[in-house]
Design a protein around this ligand. Structure first.
Ligand code: G4P
Length: 526
């Protein structure tokens, strides 16, 4: 098959949701439709059980399981779908943010009872940074949820994106009758069933048709007619380009656990979701159809076996054809790299593959050469952008408890940071080291892994810090002056970039007001 046909065949996306909205359930149903799994219950939730929350070993074990399901590839109606899994636990949100840099679109699941929740808001902010197209699936319609109009308003206001319903629910909870597909003008009647695979869709070109009253009852039919009239009046026609530009999110309603409305969304998804897109590097934009291979690493997963320091680096292929055993230019590194162990993930199975195409994600066995954000090419010196670090939310000082093992500690910290477990900042004054994370769990993970894998013993001491802001200024002299006067609060990130460590929100605001020429950034890429 030619490169353009391979590209046109692929859709690479992630499902995002606040925990419990139904991400795992929806993933499983999509895999069932794609024939990638045969039975329900086959997809392990990567959600961390609250009972085992403090047992981080258990968490790592679960994360280990989730490596196998990190990327789930399957075919549906001749389309190759690459579904990227995102960690269920919010302490691993940074992992999710990075995964979102490797997809071309997302499906966002919202619980109709709870509406838009905090984690969804954060994830949406990340999608907006790259104008990622979003399809919204409002789930659990078999429960008494919120009014659909309110839900749509909430999505618009909280997530700051215009919506366009492509289906509309008839009733809800006990009175849930089904959904009307506004896109295809088909009625889909609901029968609760966790096993049923296909929806029963009936075409209704004209909602005035009497059969509708017979099928769903007169009052539901009347309500549906009014709703559809209102929606078609209020919302502009669905424009696929607005969706592809990330300006409008088409909305579907359904019930994942009952397999309802999922098939319908998937059919629309393969019609409208973007094929692998062009991507920005620091020198130029790269089109997927360029003959030469290029790609970037967005995730690294440590091998669970402490006897082997191997890691799996996840590569997103952006252009050309990737081939096993071919030496590629490692833009940041000193020497070309060649990979003999290249895996592709098909649902629960991993298989060694010889080639992969734009949109595909492959796992590369790595012994410590790669780090997150690295670019591989056929020789060109360019680096894919848009894989930023975000300001962490919790900071602790690293205290070395065994001076004899300082070297091991340095090495361990460096490698764990390269894996993206957390971020390390080193203060200019006194070289104090501070680890920043988005969740408490990482500290336990780091402490244990340093001991277990590097034989280094650390303690973490709480620090009163609000944010780490990367700083820049057009005028180098002014920046130097700022660094001098705020010396106590200046640190460097892993790439030696200047960071201002702010102690509180109000104080940061004051400093920003006092130094208007200095720019403060909340992500490392600006
Ligand atoms: P997550 O990955 O987003 O965290 O959510 P997950 O799919 O694990 O779903 C969370 C809970 O919501 C599960 O129930 C799941 O069965 C339920 N659920 C998913 N879709 C629907 C739906 O359409 N309707 C209803 N009523 N429930 C739904 P649980 O009790 O936590 O687990 P389980 O014992 O049912 O597996």
């Amino acid at each position: 098959m030619s490169l353009p046909s391979e590209i046109n065949k692929r859709r690479t996306f992630a499902i995002i949701a606040h925990p419990d909205a139904g991400k795992t359930t929806l993933t499983e149903k999509l895999l069932l439709f794609g024939g990638a799994i045969q039975t329900a219950g086959a997809v392990k939730s990567n959600k961390i059980d609250t009972a085992t929350k403090s047992d981080w070993m258990e968490i790592e074990k679960q994360r280990g399981i989730s490596v196998a399901t990190s990327v789930m590839g399957f075919e549906y109606k001749q389309v190759k779908i690459n579904l990227l899994d995102t960690p269920g636990h919010q302490d691993f949100a940074e992992d999710t943010y990075r995964t979102l840099t490797a997809v071309d679109s997302v499906i966002m699941v919202i619980d109709c009872v709870k509406g838009v929740e905090i984690q969804t808001e954060k994830l949406m902010e990340v999608c907006r940074m790259r104008n990622t197209p979003v399809i919204c699936f409002i789930n659990k319609l078999d429960r008494e949820g919120r009014d659909p109009y309110d839900l749509l308003d909430e999505v618009e206001s909280k997530l700051n994106i215009k919506v366009r319903p492509l289906s509309w629910p008839i009733g809800m909870g006990k009175g849930f009758k089904g959904v009307y597909n506004l896109f295809e003008k088909k009625l889909n009647l609901f029968t609760p069933s966790q096993r049923k695979l296909s929806d029963d869709r009936q075409v209704f070109e004209d909602l005035g048709d009497d059969r509708l009253d017979m099928l769903i009852g007169t009052s539901n039919a009347q309500q549906l007619r009014e709703d559809v009239e209102l929606i078609e009046g209020v919302y502009p026609e669905f424009e696929i380009n607005e969706y592809l530009e990330g300006k409008v999110a088409p909305v579907f309603f359904g019930s994942a656990v009952n397999n309802f409305g999922v098939n319908e969304m998937l059919d629309t998804f393969i019609q409208i979701a973007p094929i692998p897109q062009s991507r920005e590097t620091d020198v130029r934009e790269v089109s997927p159809s360029e003959a030469k291979f290029s790609g970037f690493i967005f995730k690294i997963h440590a091998n669970m076996d402490p006897n082997h320091r191997n890691r799996i680096a996840f590569l997103r292929i952006c252009s050309g054809k990737f081939e096993r055993n071919r030496p590629y230019h490692h833009v940041r590194g000193p020497k070309p790299l060649r990979f003999s162990n290249v895996t592709q993930f098909m649902a629960q199975d991993k298989e060694i593959i010889d080639e992969a195409f734009p949109g595909d994600i492959v796992g590369l066995y790595d012994t410590g050469n790669l780090k997150i954000g690295d670019t591989l090419t056929e020789g060109e010196n360019m680096v894919y952008t848009g894989i930023p670090s975000f300001s962490p939310e919790i900071f602790r000082e690293v205290v070395n408890k065994d001076a004899m093992k300082t070297k091991q500690l340095e090495k361990g910290l460096k490698q764990l940071m390269e894996e993206g477990v957390a971020q390390l900042f080193t203060f200019d004054m006194g070289a104090r080291k501070v680890v920043g994370t988005v969740g408490q769990l990482q500290f336990e993970v780091i402490q244990f892994r340093l001991k277990n894998e590097y034989n280094a013993t650390v303690e973490f001491h709480p620090m009163n810090l609000y944010k780490a802001c990367w700083i820049s200024c057009k005028d180098k002299k002014q920046l130097d002056e700022f660094v001098r006067s705020k010396n106590r609060y200046i640190a460097r990130d892993k790439d030696e970039k200047l960071v201002f460590m702010a102690e509180s929100k109000s104080w940061l605001q004051m400093v920003q007001d006092n130094y208007p020429e200095i720019e403060f950034h909340f992500t490392s890429e600006f």
